[in-house]
Design a protein around this ligand. Structure first.
Ligand code: ADP
Length: 191
């Protein structure tokens, strides 16, 4: 199973990624988590990524692509993976296509969680109080929504055209959203 999990900041990708990945016995690969771990450890990658992240901008494609390429090549990802937060740009889509094709496999589905914008901002402001993430201030949160709308939302159309898009309502209880994702994925034609 090779899955992509998409959706705007605050849509609940990280939360759902854990459940879905566990269910299919594949690793959840979150680019945001990997970047944050590197920032925390002060690695060269972390130093490179931090200014972009703090400003709510995307880390440059070359940096992100290389990181994902290396992660996907690890042994736990040979049977599949769930990508949380990647791809986010058209250049990343092209790169991912190459990575997957090179292994003779294909992406099975791109799940997109839809949540209205006010709910997204409220969730992130709430998270700011509990987690204290540097990019969860109101200004940066709103900027991240804009960057998502400009750079990532168009990818939904790309995966829709490929017949891979699975749209899931991300509003409401975490458990309900998880149930909707499983229902939608089980509906997928198996190849
Ligand atoms: P959010 O859901 O708010 O976007 P993430 O934890 O997924 O939070 O990502 C945090 C930050 O990490 C992003 O704002 C961006 O700076 C960086 N990042 C994560 N994934 C990517 C990606 N695919 N391309 C570029 N930058 C990324």
């Amino acid at each position: 199973m090779r899955l992509i999990l998409m959706g705007p900041p605050g849509a609940g990708k990280g939360t759902q990624a854990t459940f879905v990945a566990q269910h299919f016995g594949i690793p959840a690969i979150s680019t945001g988590d990997i970047f944050r771990a590197n920032v925390g450890q002060g690695t060269p990658l972390g130093l490179e990524a931090q200014t972009f992240m703090d400003a709510g901008e995307y880390v440059p494609d070359e940096v992100t692509n290389k990181m994902v390429r290396n992660r996907i090549a690890e042994s736990d990802a040979t049977e599949g993976f769930l990508l949380d937060g990647y791809p986010r740009t058209t250049a990343q889509v092209a790169e991912l296509d190459q990575m997957v094709e090179a292994t003779g496999h294909q992406i099975d589905a791109a799940v997109v969680l839809t949540v209205n914008e006010e709910e997204l901002v409220q969730r992130l402001l709430q998270r700011a109080q509990t987690d204290g993430r540097a990019d969860d201030t109101e200004d940066v949160i709103r900027h991240r929504q804009t960057v998502y709308a400009e750079q990532t939302e168009p990818l939904i159309g790309v995966y829709r055209e490929r017949g891979l898009l699975v749209e899931v309502d991300g509003m409401g209880d975490v458990d309900d959203v998880t149930a909707r994702i499983f229902a939608a994925l089980n509906d997928l034609p198996r190849s």
